[in-house]
Design a protein around this ligand. Structure first.
Ligand code: ADP
Ligand code: MG
Length: 263
């Protein structure tokens, strides 16, 4: 698939993205285009800036350089007319929230509310953020739990669920907000090996439904099978990117070396 089809607005487009934490320069000019309905897998060693990049897209961190567009809209800023000139103005909290609502994020640690059932966890944001009536949110939450194969666990508390089931609830919770794009940050890294497959299966079925996804993961098999685009990051730059075939045929020494260690 051509990742930069001109007639279509990219779901996410990062241009020259930089991020520094004080004197620590973490991202050093990231360019990446993600087309709607595609799956991008980001690979890279620990500390290469993968999580920071996802957090920037979701505005959990602010850029120190470059630009990110989500669905054709620059994040964090809008253009306004002032004295006949177009100027950039930072968005207020409500406008940032509206942009962030386009994105769902799933983290390595699921952070479910321990005192709420699976169903209540999924209902939480629709009720409290979107002010959806409870009966409606309950139906929606039940449907999202069904989507991740957990209809029979709706009334269980997180402590009564396996790690894989908890992560699937976390995915359902993100989906309940009806995001256009899902960001996954190592969603299976904290799981026992036998529980990884069920979470990857849910991600696989989401991809099949046409969800736009950016996944940071070390699951090379998943990348090979599901990714439209594979990105290898190291040291805050994109070292290599291309179709999933680059996993079998890496060009850059650093990517080859990385693959030898994870495969
Ligand atoms: P990855 O997800 O690829 O492992 P991260 O994006 O988490 O990498 O981190 C990249 C670098 O940025 C690391 O050196 C990390 O310590 C640093 N870093 C991440 N977040 C912060 C922060 N909030 N403040 C300072 N340094 C940070
Ligand atoms: Mg990380």
């Amino acid at each position: 698939m051509n990742p930069t089809n001109p007639g279509i607005t990219p779901a996410v487009r990062a241009t020259g993205v930089h991020k520094a934490f004080g004197s620590l320069h973490v991202l050093k000019g990231i360019d990446l285009t993600v087309m709607p309905g595609t799956v991008t897998v980001i690979l890279g060693p620990s500390g290469s800036g993968k999580s920071t990049f996802l957090r920037l897209i979701n505005q959990l961190e602010t850029l120190t350089g470059g630009e990110i567009d989500v669905d054709g809209e620059m994040i964090g800023y809008k253009t306004v007319e002032r004295k006949g000139r177009k100027v950039l103005q930072t968005l207020n909290d409500k406008e940032v929230a509206a942009q962030r609502a386009k994105l769902g994020m799933v983290f390595q640690r699921f952070n479910l509310f321990p005192h709420m059932t699976a169903l209540e966890n999924v209902m939480e944001a629709p009720v409290h953020v979107k002010h959806m009536p409870k009966h409606e949110a309950r139906e929606l939450a039940a449907a999202e739990l069904a989507r991740v194969g957990l209809s029979d666990r709706a009334d269980y508390y997180p402590a009564q669920l396996s790690g894989g089931q908890q992560q699937r609830v976390a995915i359902a919770r993100a989906l309940a907000m009806k995001p256009e794009i899902m960001l996954f940050d190592e969603p299976t890294s904290a799981l026992d090996p036998e529980l990884v497959g069920e979470v990857l299966n849910v991600m696989r079925s989401l991809a099949k439904e046409g969800m736009t996804m950016i996944c940071v993961t070390h699951e090379i098999g998943f990348a090979r099978e599901v990714a439209d685009q594979v990105v290898f990051m190291d040291g805050g730059v994109v070292v290599e990117k291309g179709g999933p075939e680059i996993i079998s045929n890496p060009q850059e020494a650093r990517f080859k070396d990385f693959l030898q260690h994870v495969l």
